[in-house]
Ligand binder design. Structure first.
Ligand code: ZN
Length: 379
């Protein structure tokens, strides 16, 4: 999920990165709080974007900033053990920690379900990094342990998620937050609509059985989608709060989420044809204006507006699918360019279009014709 509150808060802010360790005291929800971290951005008015050792980013407005001083030390990210302990202290009672190679999973579900999610995430992580390395993009190991918080109860999840998602928490089964860098989700096997009577959720085989049913397809895809965002923003492919065009970040997440019901474990393949999105895109073609590619690339409006987002997501997926299959080298170069974008600096539509056209070396209408031909031929 992308919550664009920073866009408003930090518009026009830009300053060079300072990498000393800073001790910052500020007002937060009526209390004083000290956070130690790297100041990523300092605004002209004195507000800052602070990255803490747990990977959380704090946007601190000048009025709330009480004290700051730096020392020569460098930020050392929390170890998985420290991260687990800190998360447990913040979560309601009853949570436990399950750790994998890259992930710290806090859960009040069964250990088997946490393990199932851990294996799914690690499979995605391997698939993701291999995919890009075959395309010539070498990704970095995540700087922070990747955190997922899993609630066994849908209601407890929604209560917890409401602070970040608002009312949408009732209809979304999981999300990734730029601010906390975490995935928060509920136990999909506990979602009533996905349970058949007599289901027990105690073994890996049972979990596989439940989550490979067609009814679970959308929920599993959502979790893969959010986990893809998290990996992309922790592997150097994208920077949190940088101006990554939404058609890229969302289109890629949809590209990776493609459900695969042939897999007994809910998800396996990267880059398979996404049937639902293809159908949506083909329906959109009937009314698609000739400026569609341009408006998709130039800014994020169509993807953010709920009236147009379904078509725009389908088109973003289609464009990613086309570019990755038809112009893989250029697309990798384009992603490299985007990966160098600093946080909180916003490009204008002109820049977006120019960078896109420079990357793909064609005029837009030629590329559009080629794109449509390619998508219409797919079976
Ligand atoms: Zn997304």
């Amino acid at each position: 999920m992308f919550r664009p509150w920073f866009v408003i808060l930090f518009a026009l802010w830009a300053a060079p990165r300072a990498m000393a360790l800073e001790h910052v005291t500020f007002r937060h929800e009526g209390a004083e709080r000290e956070v130690v971290g790297e100041v990523l951005v300092t605004a002209a008015d004195g507000g800052i974007l602070l990255l803490a050792a747990d990977g959380v980013m704090w946007a601190i407005e000048p009025d709330d900033l009480l004290k700051r001083f730096d020392d020569a030390a460098k930020l050392s990210p929390l170890t998985p053990e420290e991260m687990g302990r800190q998360l447990l202290a913040d979560l309601p009672a009853g949570f436990d920690v399950y750790t994998t190679n890259h992930y710290v999973i806090c859960h009040d579900t069964s250990r088997e379900y946490a393990a199932w999610c851990g294996a799914l995430f690690e499979r995605l992580y391997r698939g993701f990094t291999n995919y890009w390395s075959r395309k010539g993009l070498k990704l970095e190991e995540p700087r922070f342990p990747l955190v997922a918080v899993i609630f066994s109860s849908r209601e407890a999840y929604a209560r917890y998620a409401k602070a970040e998602l608002g009312e949408a928490a009732d209809s979304i089964v999981g999300y990734y937050s730029f601010r906390t860098n975490r995935i928060t989700m509920c136990d999909l096997t506990g979602v009533q609509s996905l349970r058949a009577s007599g289901d027990r959720r105690s073994s890996e085989a049972q979990i596989n059985l439940m989550l490979s049913r067609p009814e679970a397809e959308h929920s599993v895809a959502t979790i893969i989608h959010e986990a893809t965002h998290q990996i992309a923003f922790n592997s150097g492919l994208q920077t949190r709060f940088a101006d990554i065009p939404l058609w890229v970040s969302e289109g890629l997440a949809v590209f990776f989420e493609t459900p695969d019901l042939a897999s007994a474990r809910g998800w396996r393949t990267i880059g398979a044809l996404h049937r639902n999105r293809l159908t949506q895109f083909r329906q959109y073609l009937a009314t698609r204006p000739s400026t569609s590619l341009k408006t998709l690339i130039a800014d994020d409006k169509r993807l953010r507006d709920t009236r147009t987002s379904l078509d725009a997501y389908a088109e973003a997926w289609a464009l990613n699918y086309y570019l990755l299959n038809h112009h893989p080298r250029q697309y990798a170069e384009y992603l490299k360019l985007l990966s160098a974008k600093p946080p909180l600096v916003w490009d204008d539509p002109e820049t977006r279009l120019t960078e896109f056209q420079q990357a793909f070396g064609k005029n837009l209408s030629q590329l559009d014709a080629d794109f449509l031909r390619y998508m219409q031929r797919l079976k």
